[in-house]
Design a protein around this ligand. Sequence first.
Ligand code: NAD
Ligand code: GLY
Length: 365
Amino acid sequence: MTQSVIPVNLPQNPYEIAIASDGIDRLGSWMKSLHLGKKAMVVSNPTVFGHYGKRAIESLKDAGFQVSHYLFPDGEEYKTLDSIRGLYDAALEAKLERSSTMVALGGGVVGDMTGFAAATWLRGIHFVQVPTSLLAMVDASIGGKTGVNHPQGKNLIGAFYQPRLVLIDPTVLKTLPEREFRAGMAEVIKYGVIWDGELFGQLEAAETLDRIEHLSPELLREILVRSCQAKAEVVSQDEKEAGLRAILNYGHTIGHAVESLTGYTELLHGEAVGIGMVAASRLAVTMDLLDRSCDDRQLALVQKAGLPTQIPQGVDFDAIVAKLQTDKKVKDGKVRFVLPTAIGKVTVTDRVTEDLVRSALETLR
Ligand code: NAD
Ligand code: GLY
């Protein structure tokens, strides 16, 4: 059994990201070593629970925990306050206490909602992340952003609330749908562009990136370790997104606009981020911030991951430009873009004009 442990060095709430191929079966003993109370509630959805619920619960029981579970329906459309209400009722019924722990077993939807419920139930109980999608492993489970959607926008209701442990078992990725795997790979490529040029090089050296079974176990481990390290380092330096953390939004500005304009149904989040990264890199070339060869290299990686690189037909540029104004990162009416300046390096700028955005978008039709 191989194991990697990555620290998240937050001054108030330090914790570890553990990557272990038998992680689910060691959940109980790991939590016990952290003294996370006597009661644990496993929160999941029927899809993920059907695959891994029994093993997670057995591991917790073997370690002496009293275990209950609660399942949200599967899907982003259920990431709502109404769903959280159901979890509060279950927490009441299970008599969870301040010292008890909610364990999120699932993708980013389950993780974000469970974290929010844990942050608010009894004004905060322990919370452990067991991410099961690639996107949740490398991004959503780390850094303490928790929350739910409002009918008017994604993730508008939420709290920063850090987990006590992130436990990643890479073997669970074998049941993740291929399209979801590719969507997670977009965030991995993002770390290569914004932070870790060596990771980018490793991805370039791989023959293909579009399916889990095409990756060697060594490359998968490198991808997980380096991505988690990147996120942990950024979050440790800027927990509440006062500055540096904004670089994690690379590809998300135009990505979010396209995702929203296609009604959140046509594209997965990671797919929209892939398009957004291609657009942002084009912008950087137009503004003489980035060498064209770097733009070509990024495009080749996004394509190798089987991700879309064109703006979908029917999404018009005026609508994208208008949508950018509603981005969460708009400050004093100015849209702030994260743009690459080299492989492994980005800058944040509010000097991107509408004309520049339009000409970058033209190259993505
Ligand atoms: P998701 O949670 O909807 O999971 C995708 C699908 O894969 C679901 O149907 C799920 O049931 C299934 N699944 C997950 N793991 C599986 C496995 N091992 N085997 C079989 N099926 C599996 O989507 P996601 O991409 O994981 O997360 C997206 C959510 O994460 C969004 O709500 C987004 O806002 C949020 N997010 C949060 C952060 C953060 O920092 N908190 C960062 C990025 C994204
Ligand atoms: N996913 C962006 C962040 O955690 O800040």
